[in-house]
Design a protein around this ligand. Structure first.
Ligand SMILES: *Cc1c(COP(=O)(O)O)cnc(C)c1O
Length: 396
């Protein structure tokens, strides 16, 4: 057994998450641990709630970070809103829609599937059809930004349709929050969850969630207890406080230092400004796109539905894609993502999330890809990618 401390290498993270963590966030993590009911800590928790309302663009009182990764935020939405016997319309256009179906079924609900091709957005016409055919459905669940493909769905339209038919919505914004517009109140979304390690560029392990008054009412009207003790919102609220200053009861020990990190990540977002962060992601995507296309490679998702923060690039013929990724990692300290499920071997996923969405990262990534692909004998236009991206980046 080793007696040596673990020192990870310094990588550039351009996969589907985690993204590069800002040094200010790493520094925040190392600040002194204090008690989770310490009044100073409780004050910080209130600030985190307010900053999350800013990030989600919501006035929802019930807005907080779940003490576990994005998958736990997903689970919190399902276990609280879905009771045995409930019908839930689940939109599937990638990996995370499959997980929503799993959640519904494990809650004892029935999943009514609306399926779209991987790489396409959720088709609102199909959702409307499903709503008409299933008047008893209680919830519509969909993924706003499908990280397995890089496609973004029209959340405003989908939430509007659900409301017209008297349904609540569960929306996955793990990859969109901080990268592309997430408008919880303007959409009229009911239960929305996200993650810290994608466009917020924080360390993994927390899941921001927000619930509308309609969702809170539905939870209050449950006939059965929430089967998960840890994720039962009625209990979690006792700790996080319904209103600022409410008396807090011990539920679990909050992850103190990771919450310092999230606080710092949200302060950084606030300093930059949400709209500026969205604009930066869009601008960086344009630069990466110019380079990728100049090299002769192409994108998997149509431009109209493409996420700037998750770029699915079609792998050229005859290339050993796993070897390219491991050479990027070993020789360039650069991580990009592989395709998941049916997309394995067909696409690479290049993340431009949060702090990773920078000109330096784009130029390094294009230069490294050009070198490795040329060396592997791929039919690319070598030498063109970096100048094309530089031209887009301009002097700013
Ligand atoms: C990453 C991701 C998740 C899961 O988040 P974890 O923090 O890995 O649990 C859920 N949904 C989407 C769309 C994601 O990209």
């Amino acid at each position: 057994m080793t007696t040596q401390s673990f020192h990870p290498p310094e990588r550039t993270l351009m996969g589907p998450g985690p993204s590069d963590v800002h040094p200010r966030i790493l520094e925040a993590l190392s600040r002194p641990t204090i008690g989770h009911l310490d009044p100073v800590f409780v004050e910080m928790m209130e600030e985190v709630k307010g900053l999350l309302q800013y990030a989600f663009r919501t006035e929802n009182r019930l807005t907080l970070p779940v003490s576990a990764p994005g998958s736990a935020g997903m689970e919190m939405c399902f276990v609280n809103l879905v009771e045995p016997g409930d019908q839930v319309i689940v939109c599937k256009n990638g990996v995370f829609g499959n997980r929503m179906q799993e959640n519904v079924e494990r809650c004892g609900g029935t999943a009514i599937l609306v399926e779209d091709e991987w790489g396409s957005p959720v088709d609102p016409a199909k959702v409307e059809e499903a709503l008409k055919a299933n008047p008893d459905a209680k919830v519509v669940a969909f993924v706003h930004a499908e990280t397995s493909t890089g496609a973004q769905s029209d959340a405003a339209t989908l939430c509007g349709l659900a409301r017209e038919h008297g349904c609540l919505t569960i929306v996955d914004t793990v990859t969109s929050l901080g990268g592309t517009p997430v408008e919880v109140d303007a959409w009229g979304a009911d239960a929305v969850y996200s993650g810290t390690q994608k466009c917020l560029s924080c360390t993994p392990g927390l899941s921001p969630v927000t619930f509308s008054e309609r969702a809170v009412e539905a939870i209050g009207n449950r006939k059965t207890k929430v089967q998960s003790w840890f994720l039962d919102l009625n209990l979690v609220m006792g700790y996080w406080g319904n209103e600022g200053g409410a008396k807090r009861a011990y539920h679990h020990t909050a992850p103190i230092n990771p919450l310092y990190a999230l606080h710092e990540a949200l302060v950084i977002l606030r300093e930059e400004g949400l709209e500026n962060a969205w604009a930066r992601h869009a601008r960086m995507h344009e630069a990466l796109k110019a380079g990728i296309e100049a090299m002769g490679l192409s994108f998997f998702v149509d431009e109209a539905h493409r996420l700037p923060q998750l770029n699915s690039v079609t792998i050229p013929e005859g290339v050993d894609e796993a070897r390219v990724r491991s050479r990027l990692l070993e020789q360039y300290n650069l991580e990009i993502g592989a395709g998941l499920g049916p997309m394995a071997g067909k696409i690479w996923r290049i993340g431009l999330m949060g702090h990773s969405a920078s000109a330096t990262n784009i130029l390094n990534c294009l230069g490294a890809l050009d070198a490795v692909l040329s060396d592997e004998g791929a039919a690319i236009q070598s030498g063109r990618a970096v100048p094309a991206a530089m031209a887009k980046l301009g002097n700013g």
